[in-house]
Ligand binder design. Structure first.
Ligand code: SF4
Length: 295
């Protein structure tokens, strides 16, 4: 008998739920008018497709938005320069930045105003990191890995602090903070790290899931940082793990031969996708039951 076990918690976090609800409200408040969103509202193809079908236009830069239009900022936040560019075009901005990301921006502003250089641990080019670094471009250095820690430099090593992208793996952040501290002993670590509660508790849940199920599917987009970290966390806990971005990713997956298959989903993955995957696994792949791994 083959069974499915779903991690708890999984799926939408509060920041994503808030951003998606904001997007739907903006669309309903401005019916008959084109509504724009800068970058993906959250990193998930199903969410973006649903909003596109409802009339939202996704753009890559503020210059792509006609002056005077409504523009939504995504959950990942934006740099002050982007806000200024929107103001210059008289755009009517609606801000769906997650409050946890906004807190990281505030921390960077505070440090930079005191002349403290800030290492931002995160992925180069990720929307959230671009926004955070843009708070104080002269004071922020993005470090993604040990190589970056070795090569990064600041004008005054006695005045340094660290912040992190909210969706990283806790182990990796701890490792990089230790490496930064070895180079910069005066490094300030404000109140722990900024990995948000949703990232931490989903990683904890997938670690437990990996311990009881040898194989784990992580439902989430390839460009979703938190989903990729869930797959890595399951692997580091000893399971085989695969990212499933769309239904066709299931086809031919060797993980589906398991007697007990674990499933979780990233913080930007809608529950409707998880329901659809569970249905397909029950109908087409011989799974006969589905339970939830309690916390
Ligand atoms: S993962 Fe955390 S920081 Fe990112 S949107 Fe969700 S609650 Fe906010």
């Amino acid at each position: 008998m083959k069974r499915l076990t779903v991690a708890n918690p999984h799926g939408f976090c509060s920041g994503v739920a808030r951003a998606v609800a904001t997007a739907r409200k903006v669309l309903s408040d401005h019916q008959g008018e084109k509504v724009y969103c800068l970058h993906e509202i959250v990193h998930n193809g199903q969410v973006v497709s649903e909003l596109t079908a409802a009339g939202m236009v996704f753009v890559q830069q503020v210059d792509d938005v006609p002056p005077g239009s409504v523009l939504l900022f995504s959950a990942h936040g934006v740099a002050p320069a982007v806000r200024k560019a929107a103001e210059a075009r008289n755009l009517r901005v609606v801000d769906a930045t997650c409050p946890f990301v906004a807190k990281v921006h505030a921390t960077v502003r505070e440090f930079a105003s005191k002349g403290v250089y800030v290492f931002c641990i995160g992925h180069h080019g990720h929307d959230e990191v671009v926004g955070v670094a843009g708070e104080a471009p002269d004071f922020v250095r993005v470090v993604e890995d040990e190589n970056d820690v070795r090569s990064v430099s600041v004008p005054d090593g006695s005045k340094t602090a660290v912040v992190t992208q909210t969706t990283l793996s806790a182990e990796k952040v701890d490792r990089l903070i230790d490496a930064l501290r070895r180079r910069y002993p005066a490094l300030r670590v404000p109140g722990g790290t900024e990995i948000c509660y949703a990232t931490r508790n989903r990683q904890r849940a997938v670690r437990r899931l990996a311990e009881v199920c040898g194989n784990v599917l992580v439902l989430g987009a390839a460009n979703s940082s938190n989903s990729r970290r869930l797959a890595e966390t399951a692997q580091s806990a000893g399971a085989n793990a695969a990212l499933v971005s769309e239904m066709s990713d299931l086809d031919g997956s060797p993980l589906l031969d398991s007697a007990r298959l674990g499933i979780t989903s990233g913080a930007s993955t809608p529950e409707s996708f998880l329901d659809a995957v569970v249905n397909r696994l029950m109908c087409d792949y011989g799974f006969t039951g589905c339970d939830v791994l309690e916390r």
